[in-house]
Design a protein around this ligand. Structure first.
Ligand code: F6R
Length: 248
């Protein structure tokens, strides 16, 4: 696997997005091999699509997810799981429908909950009851968000309903049909929730992530760039392609 060093601890750089995605997938595969009942923290977004394709390939080669539990970072508010752009439907389409994970063990926050504060508390409870997250995988927003923790989110924030910024809404328009109403709110794990995972791994690919990745890795640690806060995590890795590190 072609990889070069940048001098930044925990950062692996690959020449292509495909190789970077394969690296993250391999870390998940290795974890599930040694811990078949691993608790995975999952993410949606275009960056993760090749990662999930690699997990499906590993399953076809014999890897079982039958004892794995998963918790996704976030979900839009007001979209039922049957809506193709909901993160529930996205996860089913891209991963869950193609592996042997028990559907009862796949968790996403419910963006249709009547009482969002209660849903958020319940999500935290479910993560704790599963024993906490072993490995949380993360994409990064162009504005440095993680999950839907937009700039300004507190380091100690917990699962909650949030407003999306104009830049995030714009970046995700591609997942909705033309002219279709797009949610401007979501329910997301908080930064504090994410920081409790035993290990975190960020995947950033493409030029559109270069600015955010540079801020996250070399800017001040703080809410202006939520991903920067992951530098305070004891077991954080960063996996990127050449374009995403081009401003480092
Ligand atoms: C998705 C999520 C977001 C995305 C980020 C990058 O569950 O939590 O933080 O990881 O917006 O999205 P893509 O990969 O589409 O660029």
């Amino acid at each position: 696997m072609a990889r070069y060093q940048t001098g930044i601890a925990g950062l692996a750089v690959h020449s292509t997005p495909a190789a970077a995605a394969q690296d993250l997938a391999q870390r998940i595969i290795d974890l599930v091999r040694v811990k078949p009942d691993a608790v995975l923290g999952l993410a949606t977004g275009g960056t993760m699509e090749p990662v999930y394709a690699a997990l499906i390939a590993a399953h076809r080669d014999g890897l079982s997810f039958a004892r794995v539990t998963s918790f996704n970072l976030d979900e839009y508010l007001g979209l039922p799981g049957s809506h193709p752009a909901s993160y529930r439907a996205t996860m089913q389409r891209l991963l869950f429908d193609h592996i042997d994970i028990d559907p009862a063990n796949t968790h996403l926050p419910n963006g249709m909950a009547a009482n969002l504060a209660a849903e958020a508390e319940d999500y935290e409870r479910r993560i704790a009851a599963a024993g906490g997250i072993d490995l949380q995988i993360l994409g990064i927003g162009r504005n440095g968000h993680i999950g839907f923790n937009e700039p300004g989110s507190a380091a100690g924030s917990r699962t909650r309903a949030v407003n999306l910024t104009a830049s995030t809404i714009e970046a995700n328009t591609r997942f909705f049909a033309e002219g279709e109403a797009q949610p401007d709110r979501a329910i997301t794990m908080g930064i504090g929730t994410i920081m409790e995972a035993r290990e975190v791994a960020v995947l950033a690919t493409g030029m559109s992530k270069a600015q955010a990745l540079s801020q996250a890795l070399t800017g001040p640690v703080g809410p202006a760039c939520p991903a920067s806060i992951l530098r305070d995590h004891p077991v954080a890795s960063w996996i990127a392609d050449a374009e995403a590190v081009s401003l480092l």
